[in-house]
Design a protein around this ligand. Structure first.
Ligand SMILES: *[C@@H]1O[C@H](CO)[C@@H](O)[C@H](O)[C@H]1NC(C)=O
Ligand SMILES: *[C@@H]1O[C@H](CO)[C@@H](O)[C@H](O)[C@H]1NC(C)=O
Ligand SMILES: *[C@@H]1O[C@H](CO)[C@@H](O)[C@H](O)[C@H]1NC(C)=O
Ligand SMILES: *[C@@H]1O[C@H](CO)[C@@H](O)[C@H](O)[C@H]1NC(C)=O
Ligand SMILES: *[C@@H]1O[C@H](CO)[C@@H](O)[C@H](O)[C@H]1NC(C)=O
Ligand SMILES: *[C@@H]1O[C@H](CO)[C@@H](O)[C@H](O)[C@H]1NC(C)=O
Ligand SMILES: *[C@@H]1O[C@H](CO)[C@@H](O)[C@H](O)[C@H]1NC(C)=O
Length: 415
């Protein structure tokens, strides 16, 4: 890799935009950046908005000229002046688009990455236009901590990221406590809004009781004035890759799920950790594919009083499910971050093998009507079967865990 000295003094004051930002030349909209020791060896990844989406998401008063990857020539420049080329990846998977820029780390940046508590400073420069070698944006990248030290699988890190939350935080604690019971050890909340400081309250409680268990990634780009093309998703595919890159180095297994999705180990397994350990061990695979098992309301046109009671846990409220797993899409994955590169919400796009687990041993319980009545395939009247298995196995333990967590706090208001 050639080392080129950049053309500007290191300590010069500059007004180059800082990620998250629209690049100075208006060609790129960058939401986040992360460094990884395991993605392509060691690399830095910018998560940008797909070129043709930029026009859709940007407010009209900003004049931007989105360029696709094959029209751009980009370089990463590190604090010592070392330069590496940027490799672009644009993928359109049905409506889900993702655009990433990866650059290898120079020797200098690589050395920085291995020091504790370091922040990498990186500029992105473009030679696409006549403003050659002028940096178009800069970023400060916190170095991830590697915590994979043990070969004891039961201590491997299992991380769950949430999809960007839209005021669903009141379903968060039970979702975290359930997944803690089945072996997940890290939770990452993608925060967009926090009405009534509800999320902050929860985060403070966890910070006191279980430091390092729950992280918040700020996923609100309103300071950029962005209007999203899909408000309900709010850059979800981008958040998924952010989770992969930011937490991949620390996690043997990782997934991004909604708060109405529960990963449930089935008999004889008590935890997902045991299940994965026994069935996959450290096999070199990309992911485990989880089909949705839809839980529906009993009567599609009205909640029963029990289903309507949001003081109860989601897993208590809904005990009617579709007869069969839903296999026409909507699947989610548990990924091995080191062996996958590119994802979409319901697909592993590029990575090593996707494994099909035994339906008898693990399931993705998907509560389709948690917040509003919805009809899903096989959720019609007379189509569902009663299944209280998850409630019977877990509800009391989840409630105990919540009570322990809340201790002196009032748990009613949090549930
Ligand atoms: C890392 O930095 C933070 C504050 O910047 C400091 O509190 C902490 O002790 C540092 N950790 C190490 C291992 O140096
Ligand atoms: C793995 O870790 C678990 C939990 O700490 C412990 O109970 C078990 O004995 C360990 N197994 C081995 C083989 O070290
Ligand atoms: C981002 O935060 C602002 C201020 O709290 C809020 O008005 C806006 O709705 C949020 N955006 C999204 C997409 O949640
Ligand atoms: C979540 O995002 C909102 C909007 O940007 C912000 O006001 C709030 O402080 C954030 N909450 C937490 C816990 O970070
Ligand atoms: C379903 O709910 C609707 C609306 O409340 C009601 O008219 C209907 O009788 C219910 N059906 C059954 C089978 O309970
Ligand atoms: C559900 O409960 C709310 C109050 O918590 C009530 O307004 C609503 O009518 C109830 N809906 C049904 C279908 O029982
Ligand atoms: C549901 O099943 C019952 C008995 O099997 C039958 O009498 C009823 O007509 C069915 N209702 C619907 C809406 O299919």
């Amino acid at each position: 890799m050639s080392i080129v000295v950049a053309a500007w003094p290191e300590n010069a004051e500059d007004n180059i935009p800082i990620v998250p930002c629209l690049s100075a030349d208006g060609h790129l909209l960058v939401l986040s950046v992360g460094a990884s020791r395991i993605r392509y060896g060691v690399s830095l990844t910018f998560i940008t908005v797909y070129p043709t989406d930029m026009k859709t998401v940007l407010p009209k008063h900003i004049s931007s000229r989105p360029l696709s990857s094959n029209q751009q020539s980009l370089w990463c420049i590190f604090s010592d002046g070392s330069v590496t080329p940027v490799y672009t990846y644009d993928s359109k998977y049905y409506g889900e688009r993702i655009s990433l820029l990866d650059c290898p780390l120079s020797q200098f940046a690589n050395d920085q990455l291995w020091k504790l508590n370091q922040t990498l400073r990186v500029y992105l420069a473009s030679t696409t236009t006549k403003d050659r070698k002028i940096p178009i944006l800069k970023a400060f990248v916190k170095v991830p901590v590697v915590s994979i030290t043990s070969s004891n699988s039961s201590q491997e890190s299992f991380t769950l990221c949430t999809s960007p939350l839209h005021n669903k935080a009141k379903y968060l604690v039970q979702w975290i406590e359930f997944h803690r019971l089945v072996g997940f050890s890290k939770f990452v909340i993608y925060n967009t809004t926090d009405t009534d400081d509800y999320l902050s309250t929860i985060i403070n409680i966890y910070a006191q009781k279980h430091p390092d268990l729950v992280d918040v990634v700020q996923w609100n780009f309103s300071t950029l004035g962005l209007v999203d093309v899909l408000p309900t998703r709010y850059f979800q595919t981008e958040a998924l890759h952010d989770c992969l890159i930011r937490y991949g180095d620390q996690s043997e297994w990782l997934g991004m799920f909604d708060l109405d999705e529960y990963i449930v180990p089935l008999h004889p397994y008590e935890t997902i950790v045991d299940y994965v350990h026994e069935n996959f061990g450290r096999r070199i695979i990309g992911s485990i594919n989880l089909w949705s098992q839809f839980f529906c309301n009993k009567n599609a046109s009205a909640y029963t009083p029990e289903e309507n009671d949001t003081n109860c846990l989601t897993i208590e409220r809904f005990t009617f499910r579709a007869r069969n797993l839903y296999k026409s899409g909507r699947e989610k994955y548990l990924y091995r971050p080191r062996f996958v590169q590119y994802l979409s919400i319901h697909q592993q796009v590029i990575g090593l093998s996707k494994e099909q687990p035994s339906e008898k041993h693990i399931t993705l319980a998907h509560y389709v009507s948690m917040t509003r009545l919805r009809t899903m395939p096989e959720c019609g009247f007379n189509e569902t079967v009663e299944d209280s298995g998850i409630r019977n196995r877990f509800a009391n333990r989840v409630k105990d865990a919540i009570e322990t967590l809340m201790n002196k706090h009032s748990n009613r208001s949090i549930l």
